[in-house]
Each structure stands twice: as C-alpha cells, then as structure tokens.
Design a protein around this ligand. Structure first.
Ligand code: MG
Ligand code: MG
Ligand code: MG
Length: 311
C-alpha cells in the first residue's frame, strides 16, 4: 500500500487553509492520487465549522506531527507556519498565494503560487484545467475561501480573478455569495465566547524579519467596540506568549471589517518597537497604532515590517 499523502494548510487554520486541503485532496483523488487525504494542523475556527456544517462536508483529520509523513502544503509555504516536525524533503507539492519563504527541496516538485486573494481560486482553476467537474459542496467551499480571505472583496489582495471565480462558484453552490459571505463574517467575528488567548491564537503566524522573531495575528470583527473590554487581557496574553516563545515582538491586528481599518496592537522589546513605529510611520500610544484602510496582513503589515527590520 502506498503512503498517505496529507494535504494540509497552515497552523491556526483559517477557512482558506482548511477548504483548500479538502478541495485539493478531492481534486487529487479525482485525478487518480487516491492516497491524498485532507488534514488540518489545528482546531477549526467558528467560521470554518459553520461552512463545513452548512455544506455537510466532514471535518478533515487532524495532523499535528508530520514525522515521516508526506504532505502537500496548501495556503502556506513557510516552515514556521507549517505543521510541526515536517521534513522539507517530504513536501510533495505546494499550492499557495503568499510570499515565498524559504522552502528548499532536493528534487523538483509541483509548486504553484499566484498573487491572488485566496488559494481557493487557484484550486478552482486547477479543476477547470484538468476538466474535473466541481460539485456543489466543493464549489461552496472554494467560494467561501475567497470571500473569507478577501474580506468580501474589500482586501487589497482581491483581484478581478477572485471576483470572477466567486461569480462562477456561487452559481454551482446555489447560494447568494454576498449574503452567504455576511453569514461567514458573522460566524468568524463572534468573539463573545472567546478568551483573550483564543483571540490571539485564532489566526496567528510566525515570521523572522532579518533576525527579529515576530508573531503576527489577526482578529476580524464587525465592530471594534466588541474587543475593547478584552483589550488588557489580550495584551497580557501577548506579553506572556512573547516570553514563552522567545519572540522579540507580537502584533495583533484588530480589524474592523465594516470601517475597513485596523488597530495594530503591539508588544515587544525596544528595538522591535522602533522598527514597528518605522514600519507604520507613527508613534505607539497605549500599545497600538491605528491605521485606516489596513485589512491585509500579507499585503499591508508584513511588507512594511520586513522593510523596517531589513539590515
Ligand atoms: Mg490562510
Ligand atoms: Mg489564504
Ligand atoms: Mg486571513
């Protein structure tokens, strides 16, 4: 029997990374790679659960230790974000839409990375290229991934291709995309039952900015006021985590999707604080810098931080 190949997204899985694992494993199965299995590298968030329940799609298997496991990476390509104990030589393929961050392999692999709003749209294209029929369920998942990652097309990461893909996929899925997108947002931004730690870790990624070790998280809500009561507790969690994980800084984007702005919460050492202020051309006040029109970690937060810390 051949080895299982786990199709898996990043840790702190978001909807795109989970649905990309499911839909890409489904495509690989249809193309004859029967050993491909969808997996997740962490707990599902409320938005993803709502989505999978809505389309009655089973939750993927959990994969938290990749020792001796073959994997296809979707929705990420940086080892710091990948499932633990992954050996780079066991990466079979990569399908992603992020900056390229340090993977090296000993042999050629299929590596597809496109600057579009979500991995879901790239996978939808691969179904078409390979002439594989997209089911209602798979269409719904890929559509939702694009709506979620682009914050209903508002993020600067959104491209015309993303909108065209949602148009097509929503017809197959049989749902009104904007209405469904609002339901997804509501499920995602319901933080009433979440602890400060849940909020910090719900969508958290690690980066290395020229030697400055950083964690950058994001929480998207429909009204920032919902987060105000938990602000101090969140900052305490950020400090605790920075120490425990030996990081120089942690940024948490408190993103108001309605106002299209982010309060960038910061904790870190003095050098990191200077870099953070340089990156966002402002002064830290009460542990944060507020920025209008900032919605995307990938496009509006990581690049200025990388620039500010470049040696
Ligand atoms: Mg993602
Ligand atoms: Mg994504
Ligand atoms: Mg995101």
């Amino acid at each position: 029997m051949t080895d299982t190949i786990y199709v898996v997204g990043h840790k702190s899985p978001d909807t795109d990374s989970v649905t990309s694992a499911i839909t890409y494993a489904n495509l690989k199965n249809a193309l004859g790679m029967k050993e491909a299995v969808a997996a997740v590298a962490g707990d599902l968030n409320n938005e993803t659960k709502f989505l999978l329940d809505f389309f009655k799609v089973p939750y993927p298997v959990k994969l938290t230790d990749a020792t001796d496991k073959k994997v296809i990476l979707v929705d990420h390509n940086e080892m710091a974000q990948a499932v633990d104990k992954l050996n780079m030589e066991n990466i079979v393929e990569v399908v992603d839409h992020h900056k390229i961050g340090g993977i090296a392999t000993g042999k050629p692999i299929f590596f597809l990375n496109e600057p579009v709003g979500a991995t879901g749209g790239i996978i939808a294209n691969l179904y078409e290229q390979n002439k594989i029929v997209i089911s209602k369920e798979m269409a719904g998942l890929m559509m939702a991934a694009i709506l979620s990652d682009t914050v209903l097309f508002k993020s600067p990461t959104c491209t015309p291709r993303d909108k065209a893909a949602v148009d097509k996929l929503s017809r197959i899925a049989g749902v009104d995309p904007m209405k469904f997108g609002m339901d997804l947002l509501k499920a995602k931004s319901d933080i009433s039952a979440k602890s400060a730690k849940d909020i910090l870790l719900g969508d958290f990624k690690k980066f290395d900015f020229s030697g400055t070790k950083a964690g950058v998280g994001q929480i998207e809500v429909m009204d920032l006021a919902d987060l105000m009561q938990k602000r101090e507790a969140i900052l305490a969690e950020m400090n605790k985590m920075m120490e425990a994980e030996k990081l120089n800084m942690i940024v948490l984007m408190l993103t108001d999707v309605m106002k299209e702005a982010s309060d960038l919460l910061f904790v870190g050492d003095a050098a990191a604080a200077a870099g953070f202020e340089k990156a966002f051309d402002g002064k830290l006040a009460n542990n944060s810098i507020y920025r209008e029109k900032v919605l995307s970690r990938k496009k509006q937060v990581i690049p200025p931080l990388e620039g500010a810390f470049k040696k």
